[in-house]
Design a protein around this ligand. Sequence first.
Ligand code: DAK
Length: 261
Amino acid sequence: MTKYNTLLLEVDKKIGILTINRPKSMNALNSELLTELEQIVEEIETNKDIDVLILTGAGEKAFVAGADIKEMAEKTAIEGQTFSKLGNTVFKIISNLRQPVIAAINGYALGGGLELALAADIRIGSENAVFGQPEVGLGIIPGFGATQRLSRAIGLAKAKELILTARHINAKEAADIGLLNQVVEAEKLIDKAKEMANHMLSNAPLAVQYAKKVIDEGYDMPLNQALTLEENTFGLLFATEDQKEGMQAFIDQRDAQFKNK
Ligand code: DAK
């Protein structure tokens, strides 16, 4: 696999742990990092050794403290547009990954950092995590998806409150409003994320991946169309070996041995 300057990837027992690795800059997203992130997530999509991806930040202070303000401040309009396009492309690839993605949020998740967490399917935060969309205080609006993904995650009123006030919230409040699935002690964050990943891995991988796809794609469709998508995908899974194995294992009263086929 390619070597990266700003990212680390560990793979073990079907779990990939992707660490955003610019701790001296609070893991802020600059162009180099976004370019590497695009490359690595494209590799992860086709990596047969990864069935669940955990995303986290290096160090103890930040998950990702947003887009790199120092780099952004210097940009021309055309460079700004290129940066924006790159960010949007990468975040779309992440949210459309076949694998479930768990964000393990170990500190500040601000601006583009919270948007990265929103591109994940599940968010687990450490007790010291801090969330916010500070963009309006910088004279811009969120540009990596928060105007759309935050309201889908926590509802319109709360999304507007967070974006329009630009205030920071702590992990407890984030869990209370449904932004976080769980809050855990900082030392247990990665173990808890792995525990959730292992629960997912105990199921048929194709069923997990198609369930994610149908939930996401159906969310923006009229209900009847979305239910048709569910019916068709439900039918499709009867063409897999793992459906036969899962049901036979139930009948035989044994654990299923899934093959991802
Ligand atoms: N960018 C660049 N450097 C950052 C940074 C950031 N976002 N956040 C922190 N750093 C750097 C600091 O400058 C400092 O660097 P040195 O001075 O050591 O060189 C180092 O990280 C440590 O930070 P602090 O000394 O500030 O540490 P503290 O513990 O005191 O404070 C903090 C931590 C996270 C509260 C604070 O650093 C902070 O407020 N950071 C900025 C957070 C922020 O506003 N983030 C949102 C950025 S705006 C777009 C798409 C996306 C976006 C925009 C457009 N398009 C599609 C058009 C996204 C925008 C954003 O994310």
